[in-house]
Design a protein around this ligand. Structure first.
Ligand code: NDP
Length: 334
């Protein structure tokens, strides 16, 4: 087996030596267990948080332990009747590993639609899609006519969030890095406008594009982008706080919004949420996402890196904006 283990807590971007690729014999499954071969490993901004020991929603990955990650795999050996060899499964807790020996109680079967590529279950109809849906529908309660803004809008979560809001009759403005990503949002995904935060004053652009204020802001970044959004919220508006990627690589205290008093003056509701809060409503979300995808109304990009050995280098792409869509590693072939 090959497994990436965490050797030390990274400082800033992930460096060589923060993780180590360890080769060990595969552990055969005991009664009630299966041996799962990983097909895809999802690389997510939150992986960087799991490597740190700051307060978070799960235990930080321990030093010397296998790196945690969302995976999709196939049962290769089985000692569990419910999961015969060849079953596609999602482990409850995956790892940056080629094989995992797991109890049948710690995996879920994947129900595959043959019209969709397997990688889509890591992206548009996987956790990023559910995150996007939860933020727009369950948290933000998007309604027709609302003005919705989204940061990291060309990313896995942001791009889906924007299209869900469009499908619900909202006016949608994305914030993303660079002209290519902005063009993709408007020309291909149907966003009403996009702001290139690398070349524009975001606060001024939001003021120009949202003269009556933002009803719902979907935040993925934090820092100055969140400041610009707060300054342009309408009275009683809502911020669905999904992520703060601009601070995941920093050590020490994260500086809060500089215009925080506006949260009071404009009675803004800020609600942080985690995708796992909505697992119980996943069926409803996935049904709608799949319907939109099959109708050609929801587009997405998967950015697939070949080979488990490339996972740590690939993860840094998320923090330099060089990922194009949902970043994942193809660990092995079906
Ligand atoms: P993306 O595919 O959006 O990739 C990350 C993108 O973030 C980059 O491509 C880059 O886009 C942008 N970015 C990175 N660093 C900065 C920075 N310093 N300032 C501005 N933009 C930056 O990743 P995901 O879709 O997987 O994740 C997006 C957000 O959603 C993250 O904050 C993540 O933590 C959060 N998330 C939250 C979940 C939850 O349960 N609450 C679940 C899943 C994700 P650009 O080129 O535009 O700068």
């Amino acid at each position: 087996n090959s497994t990436w283990k965490l050797l030390r807590r990274p400082v800033g971007m992930l460096q060589q030596g923060d993780l180590e690729l360890v080769h060990e014999p595969v552990q055969p499954p005991a009664e009630g267990e299966v041996l799962v071969r990983t097909l895809y490993l999802s690389l997510d901004p939150t992986n960087r948080l799991w490597m740190s020991d700051t307060e978070q929603y799960l235990e930080p990955v321990g030093l010397g332990a296998p790196m945690r990650g969302v995976t999709l795999g196939i049962v290769e050996q089985s000692q569990a009747e419910k999961f015969p060899v060849g079953t596609l499964v999602i482990p409850h807790e995956g790892a940056w590993s080629r094989y995992q020996t797991l109890s049948a109680t710690k995996i879920a079967r994947l129900h595959l639609n043959a019209d969709l590529p397997l990688s889509a279950y890591m992206s548009v109809i996987g956790p990023p899609g559910l995150t996007a849906y939860s933020g727009i529908v369950f948290v933000g309660e998007a309604q027709p006519g609302m003005t919705v803004t989204i940061s990291a809008a060309a990313g896995a979560v942001g791009s889906v969030a924007g299209q869900i809001a469009k499908s619900r009759g909202c006016r949608v403005i994305g914030i993303a890095g660079g002209p290519e990503k902005c063009r993709w949002l408007v020309d291909e995904l149907g966003f009403d406008a996009a702001i290139d935060y690398k070349s524009c004053n975001v606060a001024e652009e939001l003021r120009r594009l949202c003269p009556d204020g933002i009803d719902l802001h979907f935040e993925n970044v934090g820092g100055s982008i969140l400041d610009a959004a707060i300054g342009n919220m309408r009275i009683g508006g809502c911020i669905a706080l999904c992520g703060l990627i601009s601070s995941y690589n920093s050590s020490g205290a994260v500086v809060g919004p500089s215009e925080f008093q506006l949260v009071l003056m404009r009675r803004i509701a800020i609600r942080g949420f985690l995708v796992m809060d909505f697992f119980k409503r996943a069926r409803e979300a996935y049904a709608e996402l799949e319907k939109l995808v099959l109708a050609g109304k929801l587009k997405w990009k998967d950015h697939i890196i070949d080979g488990l050995q490339n996972a740590p280098d690939a993860m840094n792409l998320l923090f330099s904006g060089r990922n194009e869509g949902k970043l994942m590693v193809k660990v092995s072939e079906v």
